[in-house]
Design a protein around this ligand. Sequence first.
Ligand code: KIV
Ligand code: ZN
Length: 388
Amino acid sequence: MSDQLIIFDTTLRDGEQSPGASMTKDEKLRIARQLERLKVDVIEAGFAASSNGDFDCVQSIASIIKDSTICSLARANDRDIARAAEALKPANRARIHTFIATSPLHMEKKLRMSPDEVFEQAKLSVRFARNLVGDVEFSPEDGYRSDPDFLCRVIEAVIAEGATTINVPDTVGYAVPELYGQFILNLRERIPNSDKAIWSVHCHNDLGMAVANSLAGVKIGGARQVECTINGLGERAGNCSLEEVVMAVKTRRDYFGLDVNIDAQHIVAASRLVSQTTGFVVQPNKAVVGANAFAHASGIHQDGVLKARDTYEIMRAEDVGWSANKIVLGKLSGRNAFKQRLQELGVVMDSESEINAAFTRFKDLADRKSEIFDEDILALVHMEGAEA
Ligand code: KIV
Ligand code: ZN
């Protein structure tokens, strides 16, 4: 099995399904360029058949992005698939991603189709798509809540029709890591032609487990593609977050043993771009891209990282595109962090007793003010006439 993990970004498709996150064509093109800079393997650029505007976006992205595979979503019908193929014509590498729901609930209540009808539709759609492009992904929507026997039957048939990627969505974020990983493994073991396709995970975050489930799908299930979005943007509670999954695999290479193409230095810029474009603020304590992800406020931690960064940092802020880690001065800070900040600000103090006096004033101020800025420090050192 390959030790390369394919990163499939769906910020522009599933991410845009987040209420209030719709993007203009120019905004989508800007994000697509940033995804290419990140070296995302596959960009799901939209759902070409859903509107003329989305068709235009997929076509434009397919024209300008040359280093990533460009994908369009399509329901499992000839019209959608033909529209996707048309929009993808300018792409260097094109993928059609076709889907149909396979869970009893979705088939009966939403599609109003019998399992046999869904089976036929899935097969015919993949066959039709394979006549148009060489790279076809199939998703059984609500796959995780589907009957495994039926799912095996559908997946075996679509692989026989030429599907090159099989994606198993946890559409409603119902999975838990171990069970989802086992679910994928079970399918792979039961389906005779399973090794003819790359297996993919697509997890929603309704119970806050999208990243954990995706990683379990990779580690336990043997999936080699993760579908994700920048900042975990997506419908309801969102999708699996690209930055978290990528940094987990990079930071814990000892455990996952996988390579990813992503150039992590562009992660923070991508996060900011998506946040500014959609107006979805990134929470400060969000892993990797939150403002506090590399900030240290307690004196003990500050002292630790000033002596050796890996005491409290498992990855480098600079590796994901921050200019540096952050020592936040406040009432929990110690003398060491204060002294370091004086040096960074170019403040020269003649003696240790002068530093001690300034540190005492700093602590007094910190008891009254939650965060101390550089301006506060300069003001308090000048109170005693120190040189700057
Ligand atoms: O969540 C989902 O099931 C999807 C499919 C269309 C892949 O987004
Ligand atoms: Zn989805």
